[in-house]
Design a protein around this ligand. Structure first.
Ligand SMILES: C=CC1=C(C)c2cc3[nH]c(cc4nc(cc5[nH]c(cc1n2)c(C)c5CCC(=O)O)C(CCC(=O)O)=C4C)c(C)c3C=C
Ligand SMILES: [Fe+2]
Length: 400
């Protein structure tokens, strides 16, 4: 017998589908989340807080990232959708079914699609961002720092995998939980926003937990060694969280750059170990920087080849420029030419893209030895607002 939280109630998520999200908000029917239930397995990441979860949160194993386009220029409809999304997100991240649940009445489609019934929260986080076109479509003032990214040499961006008015980053330790969350947000958004492109990811390629073992990317190298730790409040404040310089709704938020980077793994696999290590300036097995013996030994730039990836991207080479990386590997089948469509879905959070991704990518695009083996094929930039308080909704201070 389902508990009270799973019984059918008249709710925002249910009404948003078909009747339109605006009707939900107007009628004030968005149900607030229930008090958190005991979490013996420690798998619930709190949804509310000064920052959105999913940025400094220890990186989960799986990703489902989705970029959406608005199908309306009505602010009221977008507000209604964001209210319904927020209410659903608060429930899904606590392993609660949304709306009237997955098995409400026989006579209507269930509010919750049901594939997460019985699954733990799996550390699900849902993080929302607004792209530059969101502001243009809704005639809202765009934050000064949210500009379309410049073109970088060798970019081969596919418009069908780039841009988007909004994005949702769903991360969880169980892929079914992440996919369920995005699917249900898509369903709620029907008529207001639709998916433009999406990306599944696995095998996190960046760690934000320095004590944990550093994960490896599909080139076989440890990735995330020199990253900002999610516990390093000073560095997060300096490089990731927007402060008083931003519009109020962005305080405690961050700018997200997403890049779908294809790896030519077949070419890579035919290169010598020496060539592979020279490309990064680190050893393959240990991940030690050239000139050092252990993974976390200090990076000494002039011990590395001049075009080594790490030498070019290290803050010491770029007047201190630092980002928080949160990428995932992907393998999306093959390309019809006998090659895997595999690579890195690169996600980076920063306080200011002009002092983060952009200068690093300019340096890498100009002379990174890695360029022979990769190609940037998708791109997006999004302003992720600060955290959500109980009773508020994603972007409230921007839109309300
Ligand atoms: C614009 C930013 C970056 C892009 C794009 C990027 C792509 C990319 N990186 C790897 C693999 C590794 N990157 C490593 C370090 C590293 N990379 C960036 C930035 C971008 N990478 C930074 C800022 C750093 C840290 C540099 C430092 O401070 O020393 C490493 C080494 C291990 C580590 O520190 O994480 C690897 C390996 C790939 C495969 C890739 C594109 C497909
Ligand atoms: Fe890198």
């Amino acid at each position: 017998m389902p508990d009270l939280s799973r019984r059918r109630l008249l709710t925002g998520a249910g009404l948003a589908v078909g009747a339109g999200a605006a009707a939900v908000a107007g009628a004030g029917l968005v149900r607030q989340p229930e008090p958190a239930r005991p979490d013996p397995a420690g798998v619930v990441v709190p949804f509310y807080g000064p920052h959105q979860a999913g940025i400094a949160t220890p990186v989960q194993d799986r990703l489902h990232f989705a970029a959406f386009d608005l199908s309306t220029d009505s602010r009221e409809e977008v507000v209604a959708m964001l209210k319904a999304w927020t209410a659903a997100a608060a429930r899904m991240t606590a392993a609660q079914e949304i709306g009237g649940g997955a098995t409400g009445t026989e006579l209507a489609p269930p509010d919750d699609t049901g594939e997460a019934i019985g699954l733990p929260a799996s550390r699900l986080t849902l993080t929302v961002g607004f792209g530059p076109s969101f502001f243009d479509k809704l005639k809202l003032p765009r934050p000064d720092l949210l500009k379309e990214l410049p073109h970088f040499p060798a970019d081969k961006l596919d418009p069908a995998r780039s841009g988007g008015d909004l994005c949702v980053q769903a991360c969880a330790d169980d892929p079914q939980v992440a996919v369920h969350a995005v699917r249900n947000l898509v369903r709620i958004g029907f008529g207001t926003a639709s998916i433009r492109w999406s990306q599944l990811g696995f095998g996190k390629t960046s760690s934000t937990t320095p004590d944990a073992q550093t994960p490896r990317n599909l080139m076989g190298f440890k990735d995330g060694t020199n990253n900002i730790a999610g516990t390093d409040g000073r560095k997060l404040d300096e490089h990731v969280w927007v402060g008083a310089e931003g519009p109020e709704w962005m305080r405690g938020g961050s700018y997200l750059v997403a890049r779908r980077i294809r790896m030519h793994v077949e070419t890579w696999d035919r290169s010598s170990l020496k060539e592979q290590e020279d490309v990064f300036g680190r050893t393959k097995r240990e991940g030690a920087p050239y000139g050092g013996a252990r993974e976390h030994d200090p990076v000494v730039l002039d011990k590395m080849p001049v075009d080594a990836h790490v030498r070019l991207a290290n803050p010491a080479a770029l007047s201190g420029v630092t980002i928080l990386r949160r990428g995932y590997s992907f393998t999306d089948g093959s390309d019809g030419l006998g090659r895997l469509d595999a690579g890195l879905f690169f996600l980076a959070y920063q306080r200011d893209p002009e002092k983060g991704f952009i200068p690093i990518q300019r340096a890498l695009a100009a002379k990174d030895a890695l360029n022979e083996y990769i190609q940037h094929v998708g791109s997006g930039i999004f302003a992720c607002p600060g955290g959500v308080r109980p009773g508020s909704f994603w972007g409230e201070t921007l839109l309300a």
